[in-house]
Design a protein around this ligand. Structure first.
Ligand code: ADP
Ligand code: ZN
Ligand code: ZN
Length: 815
């Protein structure tokens, strides 16, 4: 008899899969994509994913038994496993990293996972004996690791029990970043089991002749019964117009009983509407897209801001779901896009599901399962980058909205993938089409379209034929000289704001920095208070009179005197959103000012509140950071002001100019969207800068051509590819020695195409020193071979004892 084995992916950063033994029955039952519990290392238990089933014993180690099987059918399909492999190869990370990034954490229990009881859970009767034991233990101890649960139950086989408890919403697992999960329980009413036959019911009604209110409630119940739907307690009370005390009396009398049905937490309630009639330009663009899809899988839609791209997406989505296929709609940051969610739900109602890492664990599990089972409510998935990992079985279309956005790139932790690019690969696996849309496409995508690798469609007119905003550059060097500045506002900017407010129109002001003033500096000795953990000055937050580090979140009270020389001459330099808000309050005391930045939008609903208040015109002037640039659609904004364009242009990055152009055009695009032409005013010390000239005429093609020349000349994407290598360690000398060794080793293979070593602008974060190297890969050099060579060098590096503790990070397409 031959032994049976499975290779599994473990959720740890190890390159290989691991082999375990299974029985013949288990081998017959298991399929790729099912989870098993295994032990690894000394005593750790992990959730692992079956990747292969075979009969070849491993040669280097003795395979252990698995603990048990966790699924009765695969929760990940073969297309996903292929996609994982591509991500792991392309981005040079382990399959384990991809596995961990792909699944909601509730699917990845391990011995160190911490579980809590769910306070909202009350119905203990649904728990099995084992489940109850765990639940009861959590009444006495607020949290337990799975390891401890195993001790309590006296068995290692606990993951299925925990899984079941999570499914029943009795417990939840620790996730710092997510909000505490509250199950949404709706209370329903039905007859008590004693009253199931008709005679009994008649006798109830008769017995209640003298209890008028109770009788009314019972009669209302009968009326609702005819709708054949479960009867909600709330609905019943409204219909019968009696108080809940009456219902309670009837429950106490054992005539009625109440029960709960767990409803999906994210549910759309309104009606759906007809799709809009496209105008001629939109219609032409739609037809060109469809034509392009006949020849090519990827198409780029370059449509100016407010040209009505979303309505075109809607038409395509409609056709695809009619054909029974699934649609993935990718957005850069879901928190900012409640507007799009609402718009899509307006047309597609409950066929839209939203997936986002900020949602609670249970919400994510729910969406995962709905997609896995191809439920009607998961036909259209709207999500941020991590939604590319959902278990789609038949994608027909992927839309990547605002495809140029940097938030599609994950920088930390591994896998360091770009969701737009990974989505293109995903669409190929599904034989699906993919549409990239933007008013300011990334240089690479536009280049690919020009090279005929992608189809290309343009839409050059705003919907309703509203003109693009008038863009005015304000020279603040001159304004300073002529003493026409009030703090950070030029006289011209103040005039424009005043005019807009007089017309009862709204204003958006863009300032690319949060906080009050980035730097506090001593006027006597010139020293700025620094973060103790990072190599960066602390930022002053006036609202809480404290200094904060924007890299590690370190906070301290604003000191009264300089820590270096003791004088009380600390002064603020530069400016952030908070200071602008304050200045506006002085300039426009009779108007409401709002602020939107990372500090005011914490929590899942932070954005919604501010966006809602602005939409409702409760806020006249909204000050914000780049969050404001992301696809928002406000009807009454007639002026957008950019207070300091120069900070964007002086950024030390090869994409700084491209980014600055995109950001300014996108922010400008929020002006004058519905009625009349809007205004944009940009304050700058350098009004003749080529990028500002191109922004002021919205000349994308000129920006593209000029930037492309630079990229060619200086060997950057889209011509050359980049792989960035970062080393991190607490000990500066270690990092320095490591990076120098590495630079030499890589120069041996790649010569002058190795850039660095260099330290980033912030060269120490959270007490770790950081050094970088960049490998540039010329157009003709094989990417695969380059990666192979890099892996060899990395392995040699890690074999050096002194270098082993250094963190080694590889980032492919690190931009
Ligand atoms: P984009 O995504 O290109 O910035 P939107 O799709 O947000 O543009 O459209 C801009 C505005 O025009 C929105 O308020 C939208 O509702 C409206 N709009 C677009 N197309 C139509 C249409 N065919 N009929 C009616 N209104 C439309
Ligand atoms: Zn810090
Ligand atoms: Zn000082």
């Amino acid at each position: 008899m031959r032994a049976h084995f499975i290779d599994v992916i473990l959720p740890i950063p190890l390159q290989k899969t691991f082999t375990y033994t299974v029985t013949e029955e288990e081998a017959g039952f298991l399929k790729k994509g099912m989870r098993v519990a295994v032990s690894f290392g000394k005593s750790k238990i992990y959730t692992a994913m079956v990747f292969n089933i075979h009969q070849v014993a491993p040669t280097l180690y003795e395979a252990k038994d698995i603990h048990q099987i966790l699924d009765d059918k695969p929760i990940v399909n073969e297309l996903q496993l292929k996609h994982w492999q591509w991500i792991s190869n392309y981005y040079m990370c382990s399959l384990g990293d991809v596995f961990r990034a792909s699944l909601p954490s509730a699917f990845l229990l391990e011995s160190e996972t911490i579980v809590y009881k769910n306070e909202g859970f009350t119905d203990e009767s649904v728990l099995s004996d084992h489940e109850f034991l765990v639940f009861e233990a959590l009444q006495h101890q607020s949290q337990l690791t799975i390891h401890q649960v195993a001790d309590i139950l006296g068995t290692k086989k606990v993951l299925p029990i925990i899984n079941e408890l999570i499914k029943k919403s009795a417990i939840t697992i620790k996730e710092k970043i997510y909000e505490v999960y509250k199950p949404k329980l709706v209370k329903y009413v039905r007859f008590h089991a004693d009253y199931s036959d008709d005679n009994a019911i008649e006798s109830i009604v008769n017995s209640l002749t003298r209890a008028k209110k109770q009788r009314e409630l019972v009669l209302a119940f009968f009326q609702l019964l005819s709708t054949k739907k479960p009867i909600k307690a709330k609905e019943l009370l409204e219909k019968s117009n009696v108080s809940s005390a009456v219902l309670k009396t009837l429950v106490d009398k054992n005539i009625f009983e109440t029960y709960h049905i767990k409803t999906d937490r994210i549910q759309y309630k309104g009606d759906t509407n007809e799709l809009m009639q496209l105008n001629d330009f939109q219609d032409a663009a739609l037809n060109q897209i469809k034509k392009s899809f006949k020849e090519r899988d990827v198409t780029l839609l370059h449509g100016i801001t407010s040209s009505g791209k979303t309505e075109i997406y809607v038409k395509l989505i409609h056709e695809v779901i009619e054909s029974g296929k699934q649609v993935l709609f990718l957005l850069p940051e879901i928190a900012l896009t409640t507007q799009i969610i609402t718009r899509l739900q307006n047309y597609f109602g409950n066929q839209v599901s939203v997936f986002h890492s900020k949602y609670s664990m249970n919400e994510r599990v729910e969406v995962w399962n709905n997609v896995l089972e191809s439920k009607p409510k998961a036909q259209i998935i709207l999500g941020a980058r991590s939604s590319i990992f959902l278990p789609f079985s038949s994608l027909g279309l992927i839309v990547v909205d605002e495809e140029h956005e940097t938030s599609y790139k994950q920088f930390e932790p591994s896998p360091r993938y770009n969701a737009r690019d990974a989505a293109i690969v995903l669409s190929k696996l599904h034989n699906a089409k993919i549409l990239l849309g933007s008013a300011t496409p990334s240089l690479e995508s536009y280049f690919n379209a020009q090279q005929n690798k992608y189809g290309f469609v343009e839409l050059n007119r705003r919907f309703g034929n509203v003109q693009l905003p008038k863009i005015e550059l304000i020279d603040i060097k001159e304004k300073h000289r002529k003493k026409l500045m009030t703090n950070h506002f030029s006289d011209r900017m103040i005039t424009l704001i005043t005019e807009a407010l007089e017309e009862k129109e709204q204003v958006i002001l863009f300032q690319n920095r949060r906080g009050f003033s980035p730097v506090v500096e001593c006027k006597t000795c010139g020293v700025s208070p620094q973060c103790p953990n990072c190599d960066v000055s602390l930022t002053y937050h006036k609202y809480k009179t404290e200094l904060r580090c924007h890299f590690c979140n370190y906070q301290r009270a604003m000191p009264n005197s300089c820590g270096a020389c003791g004088s009380n001459t600390l002064d603020t330099k530069g400016f952030g959103t908070e200071q602008i808000e304050l200045e506006l309050k002085e300039l426009f005391p009779n108007h409401t000012i709002g602020r939107m930045d990372l500090d005011t939008t914490r929590g899942k609903h932070g954005y919604q509140k501010i966006i809602g208040a602005f939409e409702a015109q409760e806020i006249d002037i909204l000050v914000g950071t780049q969050m404001l640039s992301k696809g928002l659609d406000f009807g009454n904004v007639s002026l957008v002001g950019i207070l300091n364009a120069d900070s964007m242009l002086n950024f030390p990055d090869f994409r700084a100019f491209e980014r600055a152009y995109q950001l300014m055009v996108q922010v400008s695009g929020r002006a004058g969207r519905s009625k009349k032409q809007g205004n944009v005013a940009i304050q700058t010390f350098n009004p003749y800068h080529q990028i500002l000239q191109q922004v002021s005429t919205t000349n994308y093609t000129e920006m593209y051509k000029e930037q492309l020349q630079d990229r060619w000349q200086f060997h950057y994407p889209p011509y050359y590819r980049l792989i960035k290598i970062t080393l991190k360690h607490r000990d500066y000398t270690k990092v320095d020695n490591g990076i120098n060794w590495l630079a030499k080793a890589l120069q041996n293979s790649f010569g002058k195409h190795v850039l660095g070593p260099s330290a980033p602008a912030v060269s120490r974060i959270r007490n770790l020193y950081i050094k970088n190297l960049v490998i540039k890969i010329p157009p003709k050099q094989s990417l695969a071979k380059t990666k192979e060579q890099l892996t060899k060098v990395k392995n040699t590096f890690e074999a050096v004892k002194d270098f082993r503790p250094i963190r080694f990070i590889i980032d492919v397409d690190a931009y």
